[in-house]
Design a protein around this ligand. Structure first.
Ligand SMILES: [Fe+2]
Length: 203
């Protein structure tokens, strides 16, 4: 009988995109950017550059190669996940902009998001203050009165990983079902590129 395997939650990878690629992605993302407000000053600007856009394609190929490298061997997925379709350009640019605790899996989608790729596009402490990213090892939404405490207790990024995630070009790949958040922006502009890869999970 096979031993139960514990699948990893995430991996932080340095130097995924170059300064030039970041500039290209931000330019195309910004052209398509629309402000979304979720009430209470919580929101961000989002744009969706298609992965087959001529200028995005080299970036997309790089991300696909990276995901192909780790999806099966590291995360233990039974198959390589499928194309992202479009990437999300996200710019937290008004004080208070945030994205509270959530999972990226949308239950109504027939083919679920399995891996989220998030590439840092602006530098914490230089381009912006606040806006820190938190990931937990908690799959799906918790219920009951102590939800926030549960998420706080299950944060799983090491100090070294959080440090890496301050720098543009570095990336995190994590299981899309895990609860995560972006803390409120204090000032400046925090930009990230997000892509979702879809497919089956190990049973
Ligand atoms: Fe998310």
């Amino acid at each position: 009988m096979a031993a139960d395997r514990v699948y990893p939650t995430h991996i932080v990878i340095p130097n995924v995109l170059s300064a030039e690629e970041i500039e290209t992605f931000c330019r195309i993302g910004k052209e398509r950017g629309v402000r979304t407000d979720r009430g209470g000053g919580v929101g961000c600007t989002v744009g969706f550059p298609p992965s087959n856009h001529l200028d995005i394609l080299p970036i997309h190929r790089k991300i696909c190669a990276l995901v192909d490298d780790i999806a099966v061997s590291y995360f233990g997925l039974p198959a390589y996940p499928s194309d992202v379709g479009s990437y999300q350009y996200t710019d937290y640019n008004e004080p208070g902009d945030a994205y509270g605790w959530h999972s990226d899996v949308i239950s109504s989608e027939p083919v679920k998001r399995r891996l989220t790729v998030c590439v840092v596009l602006s530098e914490m402490g230089v381009d912006f203050e606040g806006g820190r990213f938190d990931l937990t090892d908690h799959s799906g939404h918790a219920t009951g009165p102590n939800v926030k405490e549960i998420y706080e207790a299950r944060k799983c990024l090491s100090p070294e990983e959080s440090e890496l995630l301050k720098k543009p070009g570095n990336a995190i790949v994590f299981r899309s079902d895990l609860i995560h958040r972006a803390r409120p922006l204090i000032s400046g502009s925090r930009k990230v590129m997000v892509g979702w890869f879809r497919g089956p999970y190990p049973e």
